[in-house]
Write a new protein. Structure first.
Length: 187
């Protein structure tokens, strides 16, 4: 699957979800059997661990369709990057979506200096918070969007992903999930 087709597939699934018309594809006993020995996820989702943002549900995808890495604040450290590289190199996923969401608690914690239990995550979010501090508009929403953009840029610069992008085998995009509409806006 090309990166463009992968993105179209995800956005079509999100539109179905937002309209309460989910198909719940590939969630059958047959699909479990098909994927028991091998997986071929077409997309990698780096998302926040927030319980309200389950990628298989909001993209209306099934078993084996998505390779998901979830961490507070949808940030990338060494472990997350190795997981992404694994799926990109060995499972041949063709798209990476960095998925943030409105009202992110991790970003909010960094903004308010309440990071005593999430120091490592906070250190990765702080640049986005600092960069948006003086921008017009809602600081939290600006920081959340900037955090997604910064993670996208970070991934695009890594050795494995940049090489696969040069070969047109993968792309990296950012998205923001809206709790009220159920829709994902690309950023």
């Amino acid at each position: 699957m090309t990166p463009d087709i992968a993105l179209s597939t995800l956005l079509a699934g999100n539109e179905r979800f937002a309209k309460d018309r989910s198909l719940h594809p590939d969630r059958t006993s047959e699909r479990r059997q098909e994927t028991a020995q091998i997986q071929e996820p077409f997309a990698i989702i780096l998302g926040c661990s927030d319980s309200r943002v389950a990628p298989e549900i909001i993209f209306d995808q099934g078993i084996g369709d998505l390779f998901i890495i979830r961490v507070a604040g949808n940030v990338v450290g060494k472990i997350e990057l190795e997981s992404i590289n694994f799926s990109a190199l060995y499972l041949h996923s063709s798209l990476i979506v960095v998925l943030g969401h409105e009202n992110c608690g991790a970003v909010n914690a960094v903004m308010h200096g309440d990071t005593h239990d999430i120091e490592t995550v906070a250190s990765l979010i702080k640049p986005a918070v600092s960069k948006t501090q003086d921008l017009p508009g809602d600081w939290l929403e600006n920081a959340i969007k900037e955090n997604v953009k910064m993670v996208v840029a970070q991934l695009r610069k890594t050795a494995v992903i940049s090489e696969l992008m040069a070969q047109k085998k993968i792309d990296v995009v950012g998205g923001l999930y809206n709790f009220h509409t159920g829709r994902i806006e690309l950023v």
